[in-house]
Write a new protein. Structure first.
Length: 278
């Protein structure tokens, strides 16, 4: 028995020393207070070829010109739908100007995002907005009251949702995990093409961007509330059946939202997330 206790104690001491060593290696230190030593987050991306850079910047300029035409319209509908188009131009311009594309596949994705933005602008110039009556994967945008910027969010709309009926649908928020390279262009492309990890029957899934990877805190928390508000204004959401879910960093965001707004959700499902709630 004594031998077993000694072995357990030795193991505990060894584990403690190992963890201390790893902590000292990975923890913040004085060098992290020096700008030239701090790791860039998000990291710097690849250098675009001259052809890709020209194609994307020219396309963004064309999209911006169409947006300016739409801004001059005096009807009530166009300003309400403009954020659904502006999110594409803003994301692309930011991510190209700051070198935030990280692979040839992301360059292709950026071109796809640009093409969708231009399709929407061309449709709205003709008086149409087909994405507003689309089921399946849909990217929407709203103008934030924090700083007047347009912010994207993704939806998975059940295929049995009918835009002419009165029945209301459950909605689940899904909070993404940390991704230092998931900037707005990448997020929009994901939400245009990739279904989430689960699809409950007869349920909307709302994927907030959360203003990058801040665990849905501060401006990220407001982003969740504003995206949810926008969805409720545009779709028949049952306010008594709104759930919040997430994993890893998204689990932390789920925990925080459930604690801060317990009367908003009928269920919360945090997975593997830390529980600090500033």
């Amino acid at each position: 028995m004594q031998k077993l206790q000694c072995s357990s104690l030795l193991f505990a001491i060894t584990l403690s020393l190992f963890c201390s060593l790893m902590s000292s290696v990975r923890a913040d230190g004085p060098q992290d207070n020096l700008p030239e030593e701090v790791r860039a987050v998000p990291p710097v991306g690849i250098t675009l070829s001259e052809q890709d850079h020209q194609e994307l910047t020219t396309g963004i300029d064309q999209l911006d010109e169409m947006i300016e035409q739409l801004r001059k319209r005096k009807d009530a509908r166009t300003p309400a739908l403009l954020p659904d188009i502006e999110i594409f131009a803003r994301a692309l311009r930011q991510n190209i100007e700051h070198s935030e594309l990280y692979s040839d596949n992301e360059v292709k994705a950026a071109k796809s995002v640009l093409a969708e933005g231009k399709r929407r602008a061309e449709a709205l110039l003709e008086g149409d907005a087909p994405w507003t009556t689309q089921t399946g994967l849909v990217v929407r945008g709203y103008r934030s009251r924090i700083d007047n910027t347009v912010q994207p969010y993704g939806l998975e709309i059940p295929h049995n949702y009918s835009f002419g009926h009165n029945d209301k649908f459950r909605l689940d928020l899904w909070f993404h995990g940390r991704g230092e390279k998931v900037l707005e262009t990448s997020f929009i492309n994901q939400r245009m093409n990739r279904r989430g990890q689960y699809q409950p029957a007869n349920t909307f899934i709302l994927h907030p961007y959360g203003r990058y990877s801040n665990a849905f805190k501060f401006a990220g928390e407001v982003d969740v509330l504003e995206a949810l508000e926008h969805a409720r204004q545009n779709y028949r959401i049952d306010e008594h059946r709104i759930a919040v879910r997430g994993f890893s960093m998204g689990g932390a965001g789920c925990w925080q939202m459930a604690v801060h707004y317990p009367d908003l959700f009928f269920a919360a499902n945090p997975g593997a997330g830390f529980a600090e709630t500033p």
